[in-house]
Ligand binder design. Structure first.
Ligand SMILES: NC(=O)C[C@H](N)C(=O)O
Length: 352
């Protein structure tokens, strides 16, 4: 049903500025727009829930922040214009390929991607694993539509361009910028349905912050990303089907059977607690495992590590470290493009 959204043509908008006289060089930053609330619009300026996401084009977003001209040569491309629940594998591949094409050019110093916040962490983590450059890539969104009083999008976009143009952002992996905080794609997650301070890195902390026009870094991601990643999507036109099943009391195994029948090559379980499955789920998961499906044990808890079990590999199970289910799905799809070996896939979950 979402296929039509991916046929949106790529259009280019450029806002070039005269180089700053003092530094004589402004970074060249490309903005790839995909939609979301940052491009959201409503006829009522107090509407923060009923607006249309993905309504405004990249040109409108750039024109709303002319202040960017003093910190970067900014140009934009519209990749798609959707609410982020409709970002699918086809869009991920299209966006990643375009990002890599642009980063290979000498006249591009960094990329900013505007994106809806609902699935922003999935796209950011996907790019973190498949971008083949150490140039900065910053994913940005907003919680209030562009038409709202105190819209957070324009300042978030300004800060994202600032971060993408900062030399300290090189080699940090894909970054997420909202609410003045710089997060690592590997660690950050959406924690609140509507609040402006929704993106948090509960256990690992933020990598840095933007304060008063300065970019500050405090931490580094300890996980492999970008140029140290083995994952390569340049020749892929699709990704393996990986589904997520939620653990709850009184669940049945039929959802596992249905996922396998529908062609799933991997199943991520949003397990209870430390990646636990009920007896019924275990039966479904083990039957799937016997058919070669990889079962990744994550957790529905929201933070913490799912620790490995010595019994995992025999059932074709892996544990997902501190990856939440939606990010575990991203890594499992990419892992399955390389191997079906359960031990090697477990190593990927330990390293990425
Ligand atoms: N704040 C947002 O961007 C939410 C919106 N529903 C989206 O993800 O596209």
């Amino acid at each position: 049903a979402t296929a039509a959204t991916t046929s949106t043509t790529v259009s280019t908008v450029t806002t070039t500025t005269t180089p700053d006289k003092q530094t004589n060089h402004l970074p060249n930053i490309k903005i790839l727009a995909t939609g979301g609330t940052i491009a959201g619009s409503s006829s009522v300026n107090t509407d923060t829930t009923g607006y249309k996401a993905g309504a405004l084009g990249v040109e409108t977003l750039i024109n709303a922040v002319p202040e960017m001209k003093s910190i970067a040569n900014v140009s934009g491309e519209q990749v798609v214009n959707v609410g982020s629940p409709d970002v699918n594998n086809e869009i991920l591949l299209k966006l990643a390929k375009r990002t890599n094409e642009l980063l290979a050019r000498d006249d591009v110093d960094g990329i900013v991607i505007t994106h809806g916040t609902d699935t922003l962490e999935e796209t950011a983590y996907f790019l973190n694993l498949v971008v083949k450059s150490d140039k900065p890539v910053v994913v940005v969104g907003s919680m209030r539509p562009a038409t709202a009083i105190s819209a957070d999008g324009p300042f978030n976009l300004y800060n994202a361009v600032k971060v993408a143009g900062a030399s300290a952002s090189k080699g940090q992996g894909v970054l997420v910028l909202l609410n003045d905080r710089i997060g690592a794609a590997r660690y950050i997650t959406k924690t609140n349905t509507t609040a402006v301070d929704t993106f948090k890195s509960v256990e690992q902390g933020y990598l840095g912050a933007v304060v008063g026009d300065q970019v500050y870094y405090y931490n580094k991601s300890t996980h492999k990303h970008t140029i140290s990643s083995v994952f390569d999507i340049s020749n892929l036109t699709q990704l393996p089907q990986v589904d997520i099943l939620y653990e709850y009391q009184n669940n049945g195994r039929y959802l596992y059977d249905a996922a396998v029948a529908a062609g799933a090559k991997g199943i991520v379980v949003a397990g209870s607690g430390n990646g636990s499955l009920s007896k019924t789920s275990s039966e479904g998961a083990e039957a799937a495992g016997k058919k070669g499906v990889i079962i990744a044990r994550s957790t529905r808890v929201g933070s913490g590590v799912v620790s490995p079990s010595t019994k995992d590999a025999a059932s074709n199970f892996v544990s997902t470290d501190s990856l939440n289910p939606q990010k575990a799905r991203i890594l499992l799809m990419l892992a399955l493009t390389q191997t079906h070996d359960v031990n090697q896939i477990q190593s990927f979950f330990n390293e990425y």
